[in-house]
Design a binder for this molecule. Structure first.
Ligand code: ZN
Ligand code: FE
Length: 255
């Protein structure tokens, strides 16, 4: 049994996701960035969703909640900590709660930082995590509602997952993230290789996602605050990892 994934573009750089349990055919949407693009994906795949899993309250993730709920009778599941900002929410979830999609199970991991209630849905058996705007390929979300240590702790939770975990993110930001990553970690050969691949994919108009946790740990500067070379580049040899994280996040904001 598997969790089949259809990933597609919405708006300008958001990803829409349909996740279908192959045994039961039960399908969940992850976030609802744009009604039209989602309807097209449903038509293309023939997968009709009955669930909508929401990662956080930003408009580019919940805009189509009510329209899709009306059309498909979706059950909307999202973070309890920002439930009041999530249109149509039916079930509020917290750390450790389990969400079933047919015979597949997601564990809720609270990953605040980008927003104060942001959650990640982790399907352990399928080896897939939907990290939305917490962890990006070669980046992490902007800190709109939290201080750096909060996001740093969230990322530390995610790096506990198995290295082969497949990561789906909220946005196609990878090419610009790669430029920034190279500016702070220019001698990382895995990163240089990856940046070339990313450039080629984007030239062909193809998505750079999903990624894997292992690939991120080797190349994503926000997960490499402990790395001696990167710390040296920043002149922060003796700083705490969380201070290195805060500095990288601050530099990225103005890059
Ligand atoms: Zn967001
Ligand atoms: Fe977003």
């Amino acid at each position: 049994m598997t969790l089949e994934i259809e990933q597609f573009m919405c708006r300008s750089d958001n990803f829409g996701i349909l996740a279908r349990d192959s045994e039961t055919g039960i399908t969940a949407l992850v976030d609802a960035p744009e009604e039209q693009a989602i309807l097209e994906a449903i038509k293309r795949t023939g997968w009709t969703p009955s669930l909508l899993l929401i990662t956080h309250h930003h408009a580019d993730h919940v805009e189509a909640n009510l329209a899709l709920k009306e059309r498909f009778g979706l059950t909307i599941i999202g973070p309890a900590k920002e439930a009041s900002k999530i249109p149509g929410i039916d079930r509020q979830v917290n750390e450790g709660d389990v969400v079933r999609v047919g015979n597949q199970e997601a564990r809720v991991i609270e990953t605040p930082g980008h927003t104060a209630g942001h959650i990640t849905f982790y399907f352990a058996k399928a080896g897939i995590a939907f990290t939305a705007d917490t962890l990006f390929a070669l980046g992490c979300g902007r800190l709109f509602e939290c201080k750096p240590p909060v996001m740093y702790e969230s990322l530390k939770k995610l790096v506990e997952l198995p290295l082969e975990t497949v990561i789906y993110c909220g946005h196609e930001y990878t090419e610009s993230n790669a430029r920034f990553a190279l500016s702070v970690d220019p001698t990382n050969s895995a990163l240089k290789e990856r940046a070339k691949k990313i450039e080629a994919l984007r030239r062909e108009g193809r998505p750079t996602l999903p990624t894997t946790l292992g690939e991120e740990m080797a190349t994503n500067p926000f997960l490499r605050c402990h790395d001696p070379v990167l710390r040296n580049n920043l002149g922060m040899k003796n700083a705490a990892d969380v201070e290195v994280f805060a500095e990288i996040r601050k530099s990225k904001d103005v890059f």
